[in-house]
Design a protein around this ligand. Sequence first.
Ligand code: ADP
Ligand code: ADP
Length: 227
Amino acid sequence: MIECIELTKRYGEKTAVNSLNLMIEDGKITVLIGPSGCGKSTTIRMLNRLIEPDEGDILYNGKHIRDYQPEALRRSIGYVIQNTGLFPHWTVEENICTVPRLLGWDKEKQKKRAEEMLTLVGLKPETYSHKYPAQLSGGEAQRVGVARALAADPPVILMDEPFGATDPITRARLQTEFLEIQKKLKKTVVFVTHDMEEAISLADSIAIMESGKLIMHKKTEEILTEE
Ligand code: ADP
Ligand code: ADP
């Protein structure tokens, strides 16, 4: 369980996130949705300490995020962004093993893990391991981004518009594949999007933000039966 308690982040005069209270259930996909600029990215980046809040607390399983060692957070939280952030001069295999390498896994274990992850996201290891990001299509690059986030088997995955830069058909395929993966792995997922269709197809629960505030958080089935 991840708890955000009265979380606030300001940029000068601008309050990007305003006293946000949000409960994120283990093993479920929580979608954070709202218009551009409402504070979704700022919120998700506070969950892995890329951004420090001005006020409020984040608890992982009851323990304050500041009380975890940086390495423990790196191992426990995967992060996927739009346009993947893959390192261009590293191969697919090296990109996938970013965190395992930091954690000091031996070479053989890293290679094996990269192969498992590529297979999981539907890419043949023998074809893709040694390619560079520039040689991948948009959809392939996003799959590698997901593989990288999952490589150290973190319980939590943060996804910030991960499929936003792909065409509608590729996007639908990535969503379906991601749901299949989630069925197997049951990660605690926080997924940011501004697309309600994407939210409904993926979410166990949907949290709606507006101007830095959480205005609603309900199970997807409740939202669907209301209308
Ligand atoms: P979203 O992800 O919902 O599009 P963001 O969290 O990126 O929203 O941004 C929330 C608000 O904070 C926006 O008004 C944005 O312009 C502002 N903001 C985000 N990052 C910064 C920054 N580094 N400096 C100043 N303002 C920022
Ligand atoms: P994304 O839309 O992919 O989340 P960013 O988080 O970089 O991209 O930006 C989100 C919003 O925050 C945008 O509206 C952007 O203009 C604004 N923003 C980002 N960084 C700054 C900054 N340093 N100063 C002012 N606004 C910013």
